[in-house]
Design a protein around this ligand. Structure first.
Ligand code: FAD
Length: 429
């Protein structure tokens, strides 16, 4: 390993132990798997590799010392969760034997099979996993850049801007004010996320600012779980939420940060007291710099394995990938991670990869004791396809017996909490 001693000593104690006993590490080593990004894809891959393929030598490169999940960030806005309760450290992954290196990966050399770190050290790999999440496309909405995002927060990537910036503005909003949201076109991180956010902001307003309004300006004409969300908005927050789709001039093309104003495609000027702009996105920078992305800004993968379609011996996971019809979700990233690690172990052992089956469930909280969900099962061969009849959205209230509705929605909210505890426990526990 040519990783520098300074980097290693700053990393987990386990890393120092491995350095002290290189012969032991080598004796067990079936291959060096290096993972960039310690979020849903990367942390899941590290944990799965460590637990299920103990002969692999696993290094996780993550730029931050803690990870704040996007899931349940909207509940922080509602006032139901604290930021601390959705923030996790890497100590337990390290204690399990993952070599955790807190550095930014700055370059990948696929010929030499090395990752360069921000401190100048280099980490060699046999197989590389890249799960860096998204970058925001500054300027795709005219005048929406990093400076503008301080006044008009996105709250869409915690490693770029913590959700607390938006939370603070929400808490300070005047009574009876207007909360404006700009929502991007597909593809983007977490298709139901903006609509869960609308719901959680509405829940907060219902309790603390009951005359406030929410105006959602959307670059699309439809969205994930739309009938379920809209049923809930009518029932729980009547008259509070207006959603404008693209054909109703909902697409925001420019902002005026000084005036807290959004400008739409047909030049409507919409002013808010708080403005939440979720801009268009692309794969994280390291993936784009390494030639893993195509002209779309996202990374093509081989659907059967999640190996990059452009660079061999590199696997790309999660939001950075082109994996439709799978959504860009944390659950999807973790199921891709497990399959990718199984494929990597097979390729290192000279075996065929296992058959590819991927799963997704996305729960959304829309009110107190009120949850909804969408499920899908996917197969990867030549193409990624959703298994017909395998999933769909949970039933609308109108399809449930009147005396069972409240219980059904309460159970979905409980299942959502169970999902969150399970997946974060699996990544960081
Ligand atoms: C409001 C909201 C709600 C959501 N709710 C849900 C939900 O309920 N269920 C669900 O399944 N999904 C949900 N998601 C989506 C989910 O957060 C993402 O799909 C998931 O985080 C993608 O995982 P990832 O591994 O691709 O990226 P991430 O989880 O974002 O991880 C990327 C990591 O890479 C690190 N990194 C990036 N570049 C480098 C580098 N060069 N060097 C070192 N480290 C680097 C970052 O610091 C980060 O820790 C939600 C998203 C949002 C915005």
């Amino acid at each position: 390993m040519t990783i520098s001693r300074r980097t290693l000593l700053a990393a987990a104690p386990v890393a120092a132990a491995a350095l002290a006993a290189p012969s032991l590490a080598r004796a067990q080593n079936a291959g060096r798997v290096v993972i960039i990004g310690g979020g849903f894809g990367g942390a899941s891959a590290a944990r799965f590799a460590r637990d299920r393929f103990p002969a692999l030598d696993v290094t996780l490169i993550e730029q931050n010392r803690t990870f704040t999940t996007c899931p349940y960030g909207n509940l922080v806005l509602a006032g139901r969760r604290t930021i601390e309760s959705i923030t996790f450290g890497y100590e337990r992954l390290a204690a399990r034997g993952v070599r955790v290196v807190h550095q930014r990966a700055t370059a990948i050399d696929p010929q030499a099979k090395r990752v360069r770190l921000s401190d100048g050290a280099e980490v060699p790999y046999d197989r590389l996993v890249v799960s860096p999440g998204i970058d925001l496309r500054w300027g795709a909405i005219e005048r929406y850049d990093q400076a503008a995002s301080a006044r008009m927060p996105h709250g869409w990537a915690p490693y770029v801007q913590p959700i607390t910036v938006l939370e603070r503005q929400l808490r300070e909003m005047r009574q009876g004010g207007v909360f404006v949201m700009a929502i991007p076109d597909n593809p983007f991180r977490c298709p139901p996320g903006p609509y869960e956010r609308i719901s959680m902001v509405a829940e907060y307003f219902k309790r603390h600012n009951p005359r406030a309004k929410i105006l959602a300006l959307d670059a699309k004409n439809g969205f994930s779980k739309q009938p379920l969300f809209q049923d809930a908005w009518e029932e729980l927050y009547p008259g509070m939420i207006e959603w404008r789709g693209a054909s109703n001039d909902g697409r925001v093309t420019a902002v005026n940060p000084e005036a807290l104003e959004c400008v739409t495609e047909f030049r409507d000027r919409v002013r808010g007291d708080v403005v939440n702009v979720i801009p268009p996105q692309m794969a994280g920078q390291i993936a784009r710099d390494a030639g893993l992305a195509n002209a779309s800004g996202w990374c093509p993968i081989k659907p059967a394995t999640f190996e990059s379609a452009q660079v061999s011996d590199i696997w790309v996971l999660g939001d950075a990938t082109i994996a439709a019809p799978m959504p860009k979700s944390g659950f999807a990233a973790s199921t891709q991670a497990k399959h990718a690690i199984a494929c990597i172990a097979a390729s290192l052992a000279g075996r065929e990869p296992p058959p590819a089956v991927y799963f997704n469930t996305c729960y959304s909280h829309v009110g107190e004791d009120y949850g909804i969900s969408i499920v899908g099962v996917f197969r990867g061969g030549e193409r990624l396809t959703e298994v017909e009849g395998s999933g769909g959205i949970s039933p609308r209230n109108s399809a449930l017996p009147a005396d069972r509705r409240a219980e059904f929605r309460r159970l979905e909210a409980i299942y959502a909490d169970g999902w969150y505890d399970a997946i974060t426990g699996e990544m960081f526990g």
